[in-house]
Design a protein around this ligand. Structure first.
Ligand SMILES: O=C(O)c1ccccc1NCC(=O)[C@H](O)[C@H](O)COP(=O)(O)O
Length: 210
């Protein structure tokens, strides 16, 4: 199972994350209202790390997203707001960078309403709905994923912590499209500063639960 650690920005913290956890992806949040916001001033200090960077955007313009792709050398664009299908089509025409669409879950999911994203996205990511868009530290009811009708892989997100491992593995047994998990606020000492030991423990637990 793949691991994305989101909300990173401090170089020393990133160095420890890579050496101790070696995650599949690291998320940088480009939403100015987030307490984990990564401004352009971080761009120099975030260069050269051997990890795939995912840029998290909320209702941002295509031009601004493409600027960040270049400046931060992003591997994937995670669209975490109400981005319409046409915007993903435009991004797909303009960049080879992977596109991930976040589906914010409140209650039921209308699968038909998200099917239109399929030709454009590399992954979906399911997260807990909130007015702040993400980083809530709260889980949604994973039962709604059990009717997931597509082949496309997805990441599970929203309030995951060490205690979630058993349920994550159980869900993966039922839904093979669940490819990975996205970790954030439950692993923080402060917003934007991760507790690496806690992530190491999560990963060990995940590896031993196979
Ligand atoms: O984390 C934020 O501050 C944030 C704010 C606005 C949009 C997205 C944000 N985070 C993106 C992520 O992918 C988080 O990992 C995801 O929301 C889960 O966070 P958490 O519930 O804290 O585990």
């Amino acid at each position: 199972m793949e691991i994305k650690v989101c909300g990173m920005r401090e170089p020393e913290n990133i160095r420890s994350l890579i050496s101790d956890v070696n995650p599949d992806w690291m998320g940088l949040i480009f939403y100015p209202k987030s307490p984990r916001y990564v401004s352009d001033e971080y761009s120099e200090s975030l260069k050269g790390f051997p990890v795939r960077k995912v840029g998290v955007f909320v209702n941002e313009s295509v031009d601004e997203i493409l600027k960040k792709v270049k400046l931060f050398d992003l591997f994937a664009i995670q669209l975490h707001g109400k981005e319409p299908i046409e915007m993903l089509a435009e991004l797909k025409r303009k960049t080879d960078t992977e596109l991930w669409k976040v589906i914010s879950v409140a209650n039921e999911i209308n699968w038909e309403s998200i099917a239109g994203y399929l030709p454009y996205v590399n992954k979906f990511l399911f997260d807990t709905a909130s007015p702040n868009h993400g980083g809530t530290g709260r889980k949604f009811d994973w039962e709604v994923l059990k009717t997931y009708p597509f082949d496309k892989g997805f990441l599970l997100s929203g309030g995951l912590d060490e205690d979630s491992v058993g349920e994550i593995r159980a869900l993966q047994k039922e839904i093979s499209q669940l490819e990975g998990v996205d970790l954030n606020s439950k692993f923080e000492n402060a917003p934007g500063l991760k507790n690496i030991e806690r992530i190491v423990r999560f990963k060990e637990k995940l590896d031993h639960s196979l």
